[in-house]
Design a protein around this ligand. Structure first.
Ligand SMILES: *Cc1c(COP(=O)(O)O)cnc(C)c1O
Length: 358
């Protein structure tokens, strides 16, 4: 007799399956050739997000990685540099693409505990115009960063600093709407629908930047795709780079339709993922040697100490054997999303407790 273990996949919010309603929207999408600019579903998605975030133009791209690459290469020339955090995706997790494909060097800075880059550190890293140095051209921030929300006042200050020094400003907002949901929940006024407040907060964040990349394939629940927003001029450059990178996807409307559906229906529900992250963190809070960082959005990070740490290498295989998938490259990470529910989180908590208490 086979006994089916339930699997709870907490590796990433990229693992969600399109819902039946999203698949319906994909099936019905009107299609054209996006390289000629005439895929109506791609154009509708681009217009929708550009309008939501207050930009002139937007570009649908296959991945967040390509979106960041197009942005950095649109802002910078060969021999320029971008200031970026040590743990930012567009420095650490993209294979060095900006350097490899664009001859643009990163200037990584250490993060503060809250995920920000200290304004003094940014200022000190901006190079004088001198032939010894690369030309500092761009400040690239990320929000949320490792599940943390960068304060809006910080974004405004960093943005003003960059502008004062003539730098471009890029936001890797792969999880911009997770940040917007947290900010929207902090507002006391309740005059609009929650969805409208989320969009308003997303726009407030986005308007601190010249370009913003948003992943549709993460918490928003679309199968594939990201969108880069910016001025018509910047997006024109990015479109050329996307073509060079092999990202002109022809009848991409079948994917863009999923993205538009996600923007219409999956923004406000990100709040549910955040509640599930808190439920998971609470369930682990009292375990000895298990330090749980209290989650701000949909990610729970866990550090192990003492005897718990000594058993760390057994943990992920044990979890997987008991139907709980997680990642642990730097720290243990659990991500909640559309395809996880309370029962799934409770199952993960029970399996983790059994490992550490046994
Ligand atoms: C996932 C992610 C990306 C890259 O997206 P892909 O579609 O996986 O290439 C970029 N930035 C951040 C912050 C991400 O989390």
């Amino acid at each position: 007799m086979t006994h089916k273990i339930r699997t709870v996949d907490l590796r990433s919010d990229t693992v969600t399956q399109p819902t039946p309603a999203m698949r319906e929207a994909m099936l019905e999408a009107a299609l054209g050739d996006d390289v000629f600019g005439d895929d109506p579903s791609v154009n509708a998605l681009q217009d929708k997000l550009a309008t939501m975030l207050g930009f002139e133009a937007a570009l649908f791209v296959p991945t967040g990685t390509q979106s960041n690459l197009c942005a950095i290469l649109a802002h910078c020339q060969r021999g320029d540099e971008y200031i970026v955090g040590q743990f930012a995706h567009c420095y650490r997790w993209e294979g060095g693409g900006a350097a490899v494909f664009g001859s643009v060097q990163p200037q990584p800075l250490n993060h503060q505990l809250d995920g920000t880059l200290a304004l003094e550190d940014i200022e000190a890293a901006i190079k004088p115009d001198d032939p010894h140095f690369a030309k500092t051209r761009l400040l690239a921030l990320e929000n949320t960063l490792g599940g943390k929300l960068l304060p809006l006042t910080y974004l405004q200050q960093a943005s003003a600093l960059a502008t004062r020094h003539g730098l471009g400003r890029h936001l890797d907002g792969a999880r911009l709407f997770n940040a917007a949901v947290v900010q929207a929940q902090q507002q006391l006024i309740d005059l609009q629908s929650f969805q409208e407040r989320v969009v308003q907060e997303a726009r407030c964040i986005a308007q601190c930047f010249d370009s913003v990349s948003v992943c549709l394939s993460k918490g928003l629940g679309a199968p594939v795709g990201s969108v880069l927003c910016g001025s018509a001029d910047l997006i024109g450059k990015a479109r050329r780079i996307r073509k060079m990178a092999g990202g002109g996807m022809r009848q991409a409307g079948v994917l863009a339709a999923a993205g538009s559906f996600a923007l219409d229906h999956h923004l406000a529900r990100l709040a549910d993922d955040h509640l599930l992250a808190v439920r998971l963190a609470d369930g682990l809070a009292d375990l000895p040697g298990v330090l749980v960082e209290s989650p701000q959005s949909n990610m729970v990070f866990v550090d192990l100490q003492g005897t718990a740490k000594a058993r760390a290498s057994d943990l992920l295989p044990y979890l997987a054997a008991n139907g709980v998938l997680a990642t642990g490259l730097y720290r243990l990470r659990f991500v909640t999303h559309l395809d996880v529910d309370e029962d799934g989180v409770d199952h993960a908590v029970a399996v983790l407790r059994k490992f550490f208490v046994a």
